[in-house]
Design a protein around this ligand. Structure first.
Ligand code: G3H
Ligand code: 13P
Ligand code: ZN
Ligand code: NA
Length: 282
């Protein structure tokens, strides 16, 4: 059964000069916070699940996210984030996930292309959509200078070929963005981003959005980013909220922690939605 929601959400964002917020989800509190934020601001949204969360929560986690999306008043979908394991990809699809980030960024350029092409063929045949990454971004690059990172960045000359040969629906770019915290002030290569945008027809995705200042997010959207991935910021707000609940009352009720963390994550998600200009786009 074909489900092109992922593609439609990103395409509309590109045409409307805004971006789709895509938040990493681990459990009920996170999913509830994110969908409430999207509903309150009338924003489309993506709930994305990392393989580690998928392994931990299994089919029930996926079913919960799908159910929350189904009940929501906004356009939303569930996405598998950063996966290089074919077994996990097809398990997730069997459980109802229709869009997959096929992550071959840990491989050589040529292996990434082969792997992504092969996976995309199978995923599309099963009715799904694919996001893939060209280049390499990890937290380990943090602290390095821009020049030493450059060879790991997306090559605009290779990007169009990669998209054409793999048949992917969205391309994640590496332009100096980093997962988790930026230990040094972030430096994004906007010139490179604009070159990629010129050469590539599919929507572009930016990972590692946590820690990017407002101006950079605006510039990234203006240069053609249609989806922002946010993980660390919401997750750390969740953890901090729990910690402060315990320190102010060691006998705190679990439901109190749940409510407080949902509210805190919801407000953080709303701030991101406003930044991504997806407010009132539902
Ligand atoms: O995209 C998510 C990465 O796998 C990990 O994100 O840096 O917030 O742990 P993180
Ligand atoms: P951050 O943790 O930096 O927000 O990155 C999220 C991400 O890219 C998820 O795929
Ligand atoms: Zn990522
Ligand atoms: Na980040």
């Amino acid at each position: 059964k074909m489900n092109r929601k992922f593609e439609i959400l990103l395409k509309n964002a590109g045409e409307g000069n805004y971006a789709i917020p895509s938040f990493n989800i681990y459990n009920l509190e996170g999913a509830t916070a994110v969908i409430k934020a999207a509903e309150e601001l009338k924003s489309p949204v993506i709930l994305q699940i990392l393989p580690t969360a998928l392994e931990t929560g299994g089919a029930p986690l996926v079913q919960m996210c799908l159910e929350i999306v189904k009940r929501s008043k906004v356009p939303a979908t569930v996405h598998l984030d950063h996966c290089s394991d074919p077994d996990i990809i097809f398990t997730a699809m069997a459980w109802g996930i229709n869009s997959i980030m096929v992550d071959g960024s840990g491989m050589s350029c040529e292996e990434n292309l082969q792997f992504t092409r092969e996976m995309t063929l199978k995923i599309k045949a099963a009715g799904g959509s694919v996001e893939a990454e060209l280049g390499k971004m990890t937290g380990e690059e943090d602290g390095q200078t821009l020049s030493s990172q450059e060879e790991l960045m997306t090559d605009p000359d290779k990007a169009a070929d990669f998209v054409d040969q793999t048949g992917i629906s969205a391309l994640a770019v590496c332009i100096g963005n980093i997962h988790g915290k930026y230990k040094n002030p972030p430096v994004l290569d906007f010139k490179r981003l604009k070159e990629i945008r010129k050469r590539v027809s599919v929507p572009l995705v930016l990972h590692g959005t946590s820690g990017l200042p407002e101006e950079m997010i605006q510039m990234a959207m203006d240069a053609g980013i249609s989806k922002f991935n946010v993980n660390t910021e919401l997750r750390s707000i969740y953890l901090k909220t729990m910690a402060s609940c315990f320190s102010s009352d060691p006998g705190v009720e679990l439901v109190t922690i749940m409510k407080k963390s949902i509210t805190a994550m919801k407000e953080a998600a709303k701030d991101k939605i406003r930044l991504f200009r997806s407010i009132d786009k539902a």
